[in-house]
Write a protein that binds this ligand. Structure first.
Ligand SMILES: Cc1cc2nc3c(=O)[nH]c(=O)nc-3n(C[C@H](O)[C@H](O)[C@H](O)COP(=O)(O)O)c2cc1C
Length: 383
């Protein structure tokens, strides 16, 4: 059996993923389940890592018709990235969070990042847990497979960092085993290079073939993994966080990813994470951005930059220090009309979906719903 070409929930017309993919542009919310969100700035805001705050955001996003919410995973020591904020010291786990969110939502897709090589997980654990959550959420659960780029994270698990491309080789075997377990109608025994199974079986089977598979990457090895396995791929901007440079650089980058998927006879959707600072006028948006920057938590910013510098991610190499204060993979700052104009630019550059972050999540999501979403509909990007 060639598990690389196995089914996707996108092949089932009635799956939650297929429903979401009828949208011209997927719309997601990146949940702030970590303190400080994406912005090491001490300017006052409501953003909060607590479960209750994230439930309210998720329910609001669902009410606004968003397609998905998504949580990041990180393993970090006491004090986080430091500074006055103790930036990101406190995070609730995304897997546990989206499992709980499934019980208080009905329609929205729930994606959790998981470092599948830490521990290490056994594929049987994740096959079972994910099939369970697939049923609890009625097919809305997805795994964002990441391999970990920061050397200190595997050390927390008593491991040393595995070489970059070797991580994707292991992740490929892991994912093939997941697919085997989700598909198999008999017990599975196998001797892989990294994992062994004897008479292993998972029931219930996922409702739509398998849970949604996602990964976040910018490297050739990561693109090959995504091309073989993922439904959605979170890409970063190869040109750094500036929106104009991003729009110019993305067509070639996305074409590389989609070309790779086509080699496997597959289609993948490219998603990117804009940080949105939107106010009724451009001046108000720029003033707010300036206020965020003037409250930079400098020690946290420095430590966050160092964290990326000592890691081996190939996706974030062109991001400048100044962009780490507001954060996000790319930044869109302006009036509702200007924000929509840039989102149209992303769509025209080949992007299939946007996964939003905000500085002050609750009021900013509210404003986005009132002022930007109607314009996205007018522009034909949302049904
Ligand atoms: C939207 C998005 C979400 C991400 N979430 C996580 C995360 O939760 N945990 C993590 O360790 N890395 C996360 N990453 C970072 C990727 O894992 C990182 O880029 C990784 O090193 C990919 O490696 P590569 O680009 O070298 O293949 C994310 C990246 C993006 C674009």
């Amino acid at each position: 059996m060639n598990t690389a070409t196995a089914v996707s929930p996108a092949d089932y017309a009635d799956s939650p993923l297929s429903r979401a993919l009828t949208q011209p542009l997927l719309l997601g919310l990146f949940l702030p389940i970590q303190n400080g969100g994406w912005s090491p700035s001490t300017l006052a805001r409501t953003t909060d890592w607590s479960f209750d705050y994230n439930v309210a955001l998720t329910q609001k996003a669902e009410e606004l018709g968003f397609d998905l919410v998504f949580g990041l995973a990180q393993w970090i020591g006491k004090g986080g990235y430091g500074g006055a904020l103790r930036y990101r010291e406190t995070t609730i786990d995304p897997f546990v969070t989206v499992a709980a969110l499934s019980a208080v939502t009905n329609r929205i897709l729930l994606i959790s990042t998981i470092h599948i090589l830490y521990g290490p997980w056994h594929p049987l654990h994740l096959a079972k847990f994910a099939a369970s959550l697939d049923h609890i959420s009625q097919g809305r659960f997805g795994i964002n497979v990441v391999t970990g780029y920061a050397p200190r994270e595997p050390r927390m698990f008593g491991m040393t960092q595995i070489e970059h491309d070797e991580r994707y080789a292991r992740s490929t075997e892991f994912t093939n085993i997941l697919k085997r377990l989700w598909e198999a109608s008999e017990n599975v025994s196998l001797e892989g290079e990294y994992w062994r199974l004897e008479d292993a079986y998972v029931s219930p089977k996922p409702r739509y073939g398998r849970p949604i598979l996602v990964n976040a990457t910018g490297s050739p090895a990561g693109f090959t993994y995504a091309a073989r396995h993922s439904d959605l791929v979170f890409i970063t901007s190869p040109a750094g966080a500036e929106i104009e440079a991003t729009i110019a650089a993305l067509p070639a980058h996305v074409a590389k990813l989609k070309g790779r998927a086509a080699e496997f006879g597959r289609d993948v959707r490219a998603i990117i994470n804009p940080m949105i600072v939107c106010r009724p006028t451009e001046k108000e948006a720029r003033d707010y951005h300036a206020a965020i920057l003037s409250h930079a938590d400098h020690e946290a910013v420095r430590n966050f930059i160092t964290h990326h510098a000592v890691g081996d991610s190939q996706a974030w190499t062109n991001h400048k220090a100044e962009h780490r204060i507001l954060g996000g993979n790319i930044q869109i700052i302006g009036s509702p009309e200007q924000v929509v104009d840039k989102i149209i630019g992303l769509k025209n550059a080949g992007i299939d979906g946007i996964q939003l972050t905000f500085f002050d999540f609750a009021p900013d999501l509210d404003f986005f719903g009132k002022a930007v979403l109607p314009l996205l509909k007018q522009a034909g990007l949302r049904n």
